[in-house]
Design a protein around this ligand. Structure first.
Ligand SMILES: *[C@@H]1O[C@H](CO)[C@@H](O)[C@H](O)[C@H]1NC(C)=O
Ligand SMILES: *[C@@H]1O[C@H](CO)[C@@H](O)[C@H](O)[C@H]1NC(C)=O
Ligand SMILES: *[C@@H]1O[C@H](CO)[C@@H](O)[C@H](O)[C@H]1NC(C)=O
Ligand SMILES: *[C@@H]1O[C@H](CO)[C@@H](O)[C@H](O)[C@H]1NC(C)=O
Length: 484
């Protein structure tokens, strides 16, 4: 049996040689579709353990490594504090704080879920219940597998359900009242105040092949470069939005704010035709080429939109149309700090006012743009995305009152079974690119204690009062009234 992990002696020569090998292996596997591909990567001068995919020769069925991954001590002392948004983890799990999680409670949500994941002794099993849109499930599970590689031995035994649709599935109102049953815990990409879904990072962090969105680590770097192409002051002094306006009435409504012969609300809005884009190789939808305007509009689609992180990362001031849904990081975004709030009931005037203000007070507008970008650059580093997954699953596991057992229909999954036989482009490339290459040398970040009820109320009140304040400024139609 080939060991799952190989320890390598680090040396400069060795590293260079390895880098060369990486390139050769990658090119070979990408261009020949060879069933074997593997690579090594290591940090100079540090303890190095490199993961390799142990792919079978193509004639035998791919199996998962038999051994559990080796466990390493990690350095607790260098672990930083988690970003503020992690504290919402406790809020999401609050409905089960008193009862804990029994197998019955978890299984009561099966009809709301697309699949169930079990982690038992470091190995992952999936029981799939139904098909999902595109490859959301594939890249979500891939991400969870990478978490297991990043923190070998640290992820506890788990049994949880996952839903991959757009809209949340656990309405709070179904579980209220004296005789109400305990709601089922179901992980999903977003929720709102009327639902109890447990938020979890969406698939796009590992790639969205259908619309050519690369894994977040690479895309984030591209965005950083794209950002430098045009300085803020040289960018077009309008609010830009590009996307699919058909998915919701609200987006359709936004389209009324587009510039016409008669009106100019300072908005420049573009419909994306994904079919054309696919045919022409995504020429007009490269995200790194979209930091061209001083202001960028974010508006929800059917629910939360994956685009929010890309929009915020542009250094342009984000004009955020009042959202209903939140994903795992958005609850900690502050109006007038990270973005300018746009009134959903009066979009056009609201956008016009925000842009007029920004063009009159350019330093201030730039500051908001940069703060939004920094929130994404620092707060949403891939390390943090994994740490969020770790902590939310770890807190969930603390509530579990049973040791999970693998249901008969569940199958074991590992990076090998998911990647070795993948031949479709760019799916294969995205998996290789987003594979965790080394176990983490440091522990997950340190989770701050839960918010108190008062703190949460105060935060909500503050956000609400800022919105009202901005609406008053808008009503005055005079940007000099803005007291920023
Ligand atoms: C797979 O099986 C075929 C037919 O038995 C054989 O010709 C081929 O060499 C095998 N491939 C590998 C990589 O072992
Ligand atoms: C590091 O943290 C782990 C888990 O929190 C703990 O079990 C271990 O004792 C800590 N190690 C040190 C050296 O503090
Ligand atoms: C709750 O159950 C009890 C006992 O079965 C019943 O008397 C009561 O009416 C129920 N309350 C509600 C709100 O349904
Ligand atoms: C908005 O207006 C611009 C400029 O006239 C135009 O190019 C664009 O197609 C319009 N967008 C939509 C969604 O109609």
């Amino acid at each position: 049996m080939i060991p799952y992990l190989k320890k390598l002696v680090t040396g400069q020569f060795h590293s260079l040689f390895t880098l060369y090998q990486v390139a050769v292996f990658l090119l070979q596997s990408i261009f020949t579709g060879n069933s074997f591909f593997g690579y090594k990567s290591q940090k100079l001068g540090s303890r190095s353990v490199a993961y390799e995919l142990q792919c079978s020769d193509g004639n035998t069925t791919q199996i998962c490594p038999l051994n559990n991954p080796e466990i390493f001590d990690t350095d607790n002392l260098s672990a930083p504090q988690c970003p503020e948004y992690f504290r919402w983890i406790y809020e999401d799990l609050r409905p089960w704080k008193r009862t804990g999680l029994t197998r019955e409670i978890v299984e009561s949500g099966i009809d709301k879920a697309n699949f169930r994941i079990l982690v038992v002794d470091g190995k992952l099993y999936m029981d799939k219940y139904s098909d999902v849109f595109q490859t959301r499930d594939v890249f979500t599970v891939w991400g969870i597998l990478q978490l297991l590689k990043l923190y070998p031995g640290k992820v506890p035994d788990l049994d949880f359900l996952f839903h991959c649709g757009d809209l949340p599935v656990i309405p709070r109102s179904d579980y209220m009242g004296a005789n109400a049953s305990v709601p089922p815990p179901v992980f999903h990409y977003c929720r709102d105040d009327s639902t109890l879904d447990l938020v979890f990072p969406d698939w796009s962090f590992w790639g969205w092949p259908e619309i050519n969105i690369r894994p977040w680590v690479s895309l984030k770097n591209e965005l950083k470069k794209g950002n430098k192409k045009i300085k803020w002051r040289k960018r077009k002094p309008y609010a830009h939005w590009q996307g699919n306006s058909w998915v919701s009435d609200n987006r359709g409504d936004l389209m009324k704010c587009n510039v016409t012969d008669k009106n100019d609300w300072n908005a420049r809005l573009y419909q994306v035709n994904w079919e054309d884009e696919i045919k022409t190789g995504f020429k007009h939808t490269n995200l790194a080429d979209q930091c061209t305007h001083r202001y960028k509009i974010y508006i929800e689609g059917r629910a939360w939109s994956v685009s929010e992180k890309y929009i915020l990362a542009c250094d342009s001031m984000t004009l955020l149309v009042k959202p209903q849904f939140y994903d795992f990081f958005t609850r900690s975004l502050q109006p007038l700090v990270h973005y300018w709030p746009i009134n959903n009931n009066n979009k056009c005037q609201s956008i016009q006012f925000a842009v007029d203000w920004g063009n009159s007070y350019q330093n201030e507008a730039q500051r908001i743009g940069r703060a939004g970008s920094n929130f994404i650059k620092e707060g949403l580093k891939m390390e943090n995305v994994y740490d969020y997954m770790y902590h939310t699953l770890n807190e969930y596991a603390k509530l579990m009152k049973y040791k999970p057992t693998v249901p008969p229909k569940a199958i074991e999954l590992c990076s090998e079974t998911m990647a070795c036989s993948e031949h479709e482009e760019p799916n294969k490339r995205f998996k290789v690119e987003s594979m965790v290459k080394n176990p983490s040398e440091s522990s997950p970040c340190i989770l701050a204690p839960p918010y108190s009820r008062n703190e949460i109320d105060a935060m909500k009140e503050k956000q609400e009062s800022i919105r009202k304040q901005v609406e008053e400024w808008e009503g005055s139609e005079d940007v000099r009234k803005v007291n920023y």
